[in-house]
Ligand binder design. Structure first.
Ligand code: NAD
Ligand code: KPL
Length: 299
């Protein structure tokens, strides 16, 4: 498990307690020492907290890796895999838990001998302090491989670990749909500094964004992902009315966002297909300007 943060920790603790053999790969000796001092990863779930002493190591350990679960942010994922790439076995698998699109394709292209499985997750987790992770929201995980519709034989291990999942023959559709939903909601929530629910007062900008996003999805051959996009965006705004979007939380906490893999990716796809998407472009410009004002990277 590379990237033992919020979502990675949620996966690692559930796999470990189900008896699935697993090692955490931590960034550097300081982080490894802190982890050993903490005694493991702590998961707070349904009001109960438990410590899981999952073995941990550094990227430069020498044991071969057959299956690598990557749970870093999209902007860190490729560099993180590069650090452990010499350890990957010939027919290894790389499971990619990143939101948005772009990082998965870069990794799949750079390590073609590994089977890359893309995961789209709607589960929610955050890190309180140190190695204490809170399972904050129920959700689902879609796993799929755009190059091979056959599920891998080990999927049932996820049942043992109580990880809610389905194999998605159309994983690109799932990832594009989530990307489009995030593009419609998250930047507006940042620019208006508001809960998701307050966006229901802005039907006109949401409508224009959803029209352009649907056009981009169709140009990318993602017809199913385009279908009913606006209705689902409005439904999610209602369902998450009291929440701040993940991008809003990132900006609020001074953390880098994954904008380049979300709205940036939608704008790049529009350009590649020769589509004019003035609303998306303007939204990206305004968002990037705000990020710079906050002293955050704009990519
Ligand atoms: P996070 O910041 O909590 O965790 C990422 C971890 O990766 C950090 O602990 C960081 O130190 C580690 N890392 C980065 N580079 C590394 C390297 N080279 N070697 C080892 N470790 C390295 O992030 P997160 O919230 O868990 O998000 C991970 C991905 O999952 C993102 O793409 C996010 O959008 C997606 N996601 C998160 C949630 C959630 O609820 N947290 C839900 C759905 C999707
Ligand atoms: O996924 C989300 C996020 O905040 O990242 C939702 C709640 C669906 C809003 O886009």
């Amino acid at each position: 498990m590379l990237g033992a943060g919020s979502l990675g920790g949620l996966w690692a603790t559930r796999l470990f307690r189900a008896g699935v053999p697993l090692h955490l790969i931590l960034r550097n000796p300081k982080r490894l020492a802190e982890y050993h001092a903490a005694g493991g990863l702590e998961l707070l779930e349904n009001g109960t907290s438990r410590l899981y002493p999952i073995p941990a190591e550094l990227p430069e350990a020498t044991t071969p890796i057959e299956r690598l679960l990557v749970a870093c942010k999209a902007y860190d994922a490729e560099a993180a895999v590069a650090e452990v790439a010499p350890r990957l076995t010939k027919h290894s698998e790389i499971l990619l838990l990143q939101n948005g699109l772009g990082s998965q394709q870069a990794i799949a292209a750079r390590w073609p001998e590994s089977r890359c499985i893309f995961i789209s997750s709607t589960e929610g987790a955050y890190r309180e302090v140190g190695f204490r992770i809170v399972h904050a929201g129920l959700g689902h995980n879609w796993l799929g491989d755009p190059g091979n519709r056959q599920p891998p034989p080990w999927l049932a291990e996820l049942n043992l670990a109580d990880i809610p999942y389905r194999w998605a023959e159309d994983i690109m559709g799932k990832l594009w749909r989530k990307l489009a939903i995030n593009c419609a909601i998250n930047p507006l929530s940042v620019l208006n500094d508001c809960h998701n629910g307050e966006l229901s007062n802005q039907p006109e900008p949401l409508h224009k964004l959803c029209c352009e996003l649907s056009e981009v999805l169709r140009a990318c051959d993602q017809m199913d992902a385009a279908d009913g996009l606006e209705a689902e965006v409005l439904r999610i705004i209602e369902a998450t009315a009291q929440n701040f979007s993940s991008m809003h939380q990132d900006v609020q906490n001074g953390r880098r966002t994954e904008v380049s893999f979300l709205l940036g990716q939608a704008c790049r796809a529009a350009r590649q297909h020769g589509l004019a998407t003035p609303e998306l472009c303007e939204l990206l410009d305004r968002l990037q300007a705000l990020l710079r004002r906050h002293g955050l990277p704009d990519d």
